[in-house]
Design a protein around this ligand. Structure first.
Ligand code: SAM
Ligand code: DTB
Ligand code: SF4
Length: 332
């Protein structure tokens, strides 16, 4: 019986990060094997249903009004167009359809269309995920009622580093939405970004904050910063290329996430496009078992289906079947 702990200390997590790399990898791979079929990777597809023009000032994001990234602001997509894209994703073998909107929070007038999107995608037999910014209790309940399976809301970094990256909301605002989502019965998807110029201690604090939530998020996306020109962090990295996250340190973060949250799906998210195959393979070894497929994330490029098919064939990994995940959840 695997022990799920929500009482991790920062010291324990720092000690995991400090392990010799191969020892850390071995421990993470062992935890992974005890909890998940190691050769199976979940495929998720992202769609930006409302792009750009976001009033928040997240320093990494191309969609903030504060960024000079050239991303054009659009209106919320029509329900039918969203459903068409979901059908294409399903045909391409995707198991989950994640819809993202560049909002601080959804307005109540947007909710009927959002609810239709959730219902429509679910009817196609895909899992649904949305990421729409902060949610009130009643909005979370409305989405739960519509049948939304997952809500993505990242804590992004450590509580200490948070205000260096975002000033228009607080770390506690993030936790409040996560609580509303949890209480509504929707599965929680929450992770963050590494490579934003944070320290090792911040990476410890980031994973610690997730690992001590009353219940671990069912999905934990680990993004490597995609440096976008015109954003605060993208420009900073362009000036100081050495600040870019080291691949071994990135794999360490994935491995520690796997060890402290053994049953969560750990998603190797943004940043794969510029990652070597060897680094991605190490991430899978370290316990990452989910990826975003397709050519595009929200506004930036993703590895693409052909590259991923070639990588999967080389590594002998296969797309996860939905039934397997359901069995694992039932055994929790
Ligand atoms: N507006 C909503 C919100 O912030 O929750 C949803 C969309 S937002 C783009 C979703 C997540 O994408 C962010 O929390 C962040 O972790 C990730 N993200 C955004 N831009 C990124 C970048 N340039 N590199 C890596 N991850 C990024
Ligand atoms: C997450 O953690 N990563 C995804 C998803 N959740 C919504 C978003 C990545 C966005 C990367 C930058 C872009 O394409 O704009
Ligand atoms: Fe807006 Fe989300 Fe981008 Fe922040 S990360 S600027 S909230 S779209």
């Amino acid at each position: 019986m695997i022990q799920i702990r929500t009482d991790w200390t920062r010291e324990e997590i720092a000690e995991l990060f400090d392990l010799p790399f191969t020892e850390l990898l071995f421990r993470a791979a062992s935890v992974h094997r005890a909890n998940h079929p190691p050769e199976q990777i979940q495929l998720c597809t992202l769609l930006s249903i409302k792009t750009g023009g976001c009033p928040e000032d997240c320093g990494y994001c191309s969609q903030s009004v504060k960024a000079d990234s050239g991303v054009e602001a659009t209106k919320l997509m029509e329900v039918q167009s969203v459903l068409q894209r979901a059908a294409q994703a399903k045909d391409a073998g995707s198991q989950r359809f994640c819809m993202g909107a560049a909002w601080r929070n959804p307005k109540d007038r947007d909710m009927p269309a959002i609810v239709e999107m959730v219902k429509g995608v679910r009817q196609m037999g895909m899992e649904t995920c949305m990421t729409l910014g902060m949610l009130s209790e009643s909005q979370a309940d409305m989405l739960a009622e519509a049948g939304l399976d997952y809500y993505n809301h990242n804590i992004d970094t450590s509580p200490e580093h948070y205000e260096n990256v975002i000033t228009t909301r607080t770390f506690d605002d993030r936790l409040a939405t996560l609580e509303n989502v949890r209480n509504s019965g929707i599965n929680v998807c929450s992770g963050g970004i590494v490579g934003m110029g944070e320290t090792r201690e911040d990476r410890v604090g980031f994973l610690h904050a997730l690992a001590v939530l009353p219940r671990h998020p069912e999905s934990v996306p680990i993004n490597a910063l995609v440096p976008v020109k015109g954003t605060v962090l993208g420009d900073m990295l362009a000036d100081t290329p050495l600040a870019r996250i080291d691949e071994i340190e990135f794999v360490r973060a994935v491995a520690v996430a796997r060890i402290v949250m053994p049953q969560s799906m750990v998603r190797l998210s943004a940043g794969r496009e510029s990652m070597s195959e060897a680094c991605q393979a190490l991430c899978f070894m370290a316990g990452a078992n989910s990826i975003f497929t397709g050519d595009k994330l929200l506004t930036t490029a993703n590895a693409g289906d052909d590259k991923d098919a070639a990588l999967f064939a080389k590594l002998g990994v296969v797309p996860m079947q939905a039934e397997v995940k359901v069995e694992l959840e039932a055994a929790e």
